[in-house]
Design a protein around this ligand. Structure first.
Ligand code: ATP
Length: 231
């Protein structure tokens, strides 16, 4: 398992209040506006003045400025190196995206998230120091395919292409049985992390805990094993 994926969790744990977003296309704009509406301070930047003005007019960022992020001097002047988390949301311009990520890494930005537009782009971003790479088109396609085939899965976090943490509705066959009786680890190779009942998480449930219809299990393991769980 590629544990570098857990960088994602580390990123979430950071007590960030400020974010810089480089590139204000559809993806960058969505990241920017969502963080801003959640109450965080967000600096949005783009090389295109129109996109900068748009985000300011629509009041979707705290600050926004025009800047070429391939220029280390421009990044420094804009104060981008002082941010703990910077999102490189330049998907379609691979060279600019790679140079920008490298600039941020060399300046010591602690947590760099970058958007990839292809598998090779994703590899290059990792190589130049991105801490977490998103590949939204690919991930959305995989998620759709999975949701079409395994409808009891409510949510999923991919650790790597073969392993995930999923929230799954307790299968009918598990109703009224204890965790010890079900032997989920022995039979399916999965670890039960938590049970969600009435919206409340019960982390590390006791082996004597009964599972009930309508509850949700949070399990971690191999996707093939997750698919073997009954529905
Ligand atoms: P989409 O908008 O199709 O979802 P995306 O969000 O990946 O795709 P891109 O088409 O990759 O968006 O463009 C992202 C933004 O990055 C554009 O607004 C573009 O002007 C900006 N950009 C490109 N090069 C630079 C650069 N050197 N410095 C700053 N911004 C840049």
């Amino acid at each position: 398992m590629n544990l570098s994926s857990l960088n994602f969790f580390r990123g979430l744990q950071r007590n960030n209040q400020q974010f810089a977003i480089i590139g204000l296309g559809r993806f960058g704009r969505a990241v920017c506006s969502t963080l801003y509406n959640l109450g965080y301070e967000v600096l949005g930047t783009d090389i295109d003045k129109k996109r900068v003005n748009q985000i300011l007019n629509d009041k979707l960022a705290t600050h926004a400025l025009q800047m070429d992020s391939t220029e280390p001097g421009a990044l420094k002047q804009a104060g981008i190196f002082e941010f703990e988390t910077v999102v490189v949301a330049i998907g379609n311009y691979v060279q600019e995206s790679i140079i920008t990520t490298l600039n941020l890494k060399e300046a010591g930005v602690p947590y760099i998230v970058a958007k990839a537009s292809s598998e090779i782009h994703s590899k290059l971003l990792h190589k130049v120091g991105a801490d977490y790479v998103v590949y939204p088109e690919y991930e959305a396609g995989c998620a759709l395919a999975r949701s079409l085939t395994k409808q009891s899965i409510l949510d999923r976090f991919d650790l790597d292409p073969d392993h995930s943490i999923v929230e799954i509705i307790v299968p009918d066959q598990f109703h009224g049985k204890t965790i010890a009786e079900l032997q989920i680890r022995n039979r399916f190779g999965l670890n039960l992390l938590a049970i969600i009942q009435d919206g409340k998480f019960e982390i590390n449930p006791e082996p004597t805990r009964y599972l009930e219809q309508g509850s949700v299990m949070v399990v971690v393991g191999c996707n093939k094993d997750i698919n073997r769980l009954p529905t």
